[in-house]
Design a protein around this ligand. Structure first.
Ligand code: CP
Length: 314
């Protein structure tokens, strides 16, 4: 693997999940990259990604440097730009400089949710993959969140009781316009496994078809939940009417009554979550909730990804 940008970066997803589980069983057992440096740049807030990725690097015996990138020089993205306005450093220079300090770089850069074409070009990630001389870990870009999705697959592998599961991705209401990255990414990863995938959301919330290929879209949320083994919940803003909130319908919140329609289904969410808006307390606090296991597995997902990048395996 050269970069950990998306599910398509990984040659063998099952092997990467197994590697993460081996590392979870013995977090400090592999010190082959001891003394190397992971540089983590955050343009946006984070609890899980920031801490779990630092911990992952430290478990491997590495140093982790974290920077609030929004407090650094404003980067120019355009090739050939005459930089006489408000940008101070070209991203190609920043990428090359960082490569002299770090052995692997992680970046979080959210979308603006105003210009769909611009957001879906995922410019920061692609510029780094082009100009940096060290591998990139996508810590959530405008459109993808592979560290989260790998943790989600690890969690499903740990908890599944059937070989093939019915996995439902359910939209839920939220007062703010949120990116599509977690949902796109979950679909990109889960559709590469041997599971049935159903997506449920109000009309107008259809995701980019690149990510929904092979999935069933069911607009009746209760029907979608019938017999499900996993309910993965996430809010996202509209892809078609880009970045807009089209519905705040409270009846889409995940309730215990809806979970009763499932086959003793497990509840999943990437966190942070707005309790009693997205999901009822009784669901997230139930024995069937996997949210803290997902958060814990973020460490081993990042550890497996960083180790594979530095070892040039998987
Ligand atoms: N799930 C997730 O990425 O959490 P943070 O935004 O807190 O990193």
């Amino acid at each position: 693997m050269e970069n950990f940008y998306s599910a398509n970066s990984v040659n063998n997803i099952e092997a990467l999940v197994d590697k993460a589980l081996r590392l979870k069983g013995d977090p400090f057992g592999d010190q082959n990259h001891k003394g190397k440096t992971a540089l983590l740049l955050f343009f946006n807030p984070s609890l899980r990604t920031r801490i779990s990725t630092q911990k992952a690097a430290q478990n491997l015996g590495m140093h982790a440097i974290t920077m609030n990138a929004d407090q650094g020089w404003k980067w120019e993205m355009e090739d050939g730009a005459v930089m006489k306005f408000n940008t101070s450093e070209h991203i190609k220079d920043a990428a090359r400089v960082i490569s002299r300090y770090a052995d692997v770089v992680g970046i979080r850069a959210f979308p603006g949710l105003e210009d769909r074409d611009k957001d879906y070009r995922d410019e920061v990630m692609h510029a780094f993959m082009e100009y940096a001389e060290v591998p990139l870990v996508n810590l959530e870009s405008s459109i993808l969140h592979p560290c989260q999705s790998l943790a989600d697959l690890i969690t499903i592998k740990e908890t599944q009781t059937k070989k093939k599961n019915k996995v439902v991705l359910s939209w839920a209401p939220h007062p703010k316009a949120l990116p599509q990255a977690v949902s796109n990414s979950f679909l990109q990863w889960i559709t590469k496994t041997d599971n049935e995938v159903v997506i449920t959301h109000p009309k107008g919330y259809e995701l980019n078809e690149e990510f929904t290929k092979g999935c069933t879209i069911e607009y009746d949320q209760k029907k979608a939940f019938e017999g499900a083994d996993y309910i993965y919940t996430k809010n996202w803003s509209s892809y078609k009417d880009y970045g807009k909130i089209l519905s705040t319908d409270e009846s889409w919140m995940i309730s215990q009554d809806k979970m009763k329609l499932t086959d003793n289904g497990k509840f999943m969410h990437c966190l942070p979550v707005r309790r009693n808006v997205v999901v009822a307390d009784e669901v997230i606090d139930s024995a069937n909730s996997l949210v803290f296991q997902q958060a814990e597995n973020r460490v081993y997902a990042a550890q497996a990804a960083i180790h594979s990048l530095l070892s040039k395996t998987i």
